[in-house]
Design a protein around this ligand. Sequence first.
Ligand code: IMP
Ligand code: MG
Length: 185
Amino acid sequence: MEDDIAKVIISSGEIAERVSAMADEMVQTYGQPDEGITIVTVLAGSLVFLSDLIRRLPLRMRIALVTASSYAGKATTAGKIHLESTTLPDLRNRNVLIVDDIVETGGTLRLVQAAVRRLCPRRIRTAVLLRKTTKAPSDVPIDFVGFDIGDDFVVGYGLDYDGLYRNLPFIAVLKPEMYNAESAL
Ligand code: IMP
Ligand code: MG
């Protein structure tokens, strides 16, 4: 797996430091008083970020999961996005924090924000680990950002290519030939 990597762009140490700082920002926002939040997480890319983040958040919280898909098979450009599972809990009057791995065109988060908004929460905020600044749209508000990155397709720390590489502890770019190669699995 490591042979497939061209370049590590964010190390695991840098991620840990930034996730801690994001948690501190969230505690400032939500902690005084601790009224409780409901985290709505977009699977599967956010699972590593979510699990590190929540263990640094000493807040009352519930966690809800939604599944969105936009990249069919081995594509590295998004197709039509849909929410595959929209079984959200009762969010009326709740403080909702949407957590996603990365915002690129904003299509996924626009859909998730709209689905949450329909359930009449008190307030919606959104956190992403990564933001691709070249395409980030202005109509999808993001309140907490880990890192701004360039346009490259990245993997690791939850992010996949063709279902692979989510378990890499860092964020990396694959060798160009890997993006078209037949999967070994
Ligand atoms: P958007 O809907 O265009 O903002 O794309 C967001 C979704 O596409 C993310 O939640 C990821 O699942 C996926 N995605 C976008 N860029 C990348 C990338 O560089 N690597 C892996 N997944 C990505
Ligand atoms: Mg995603």
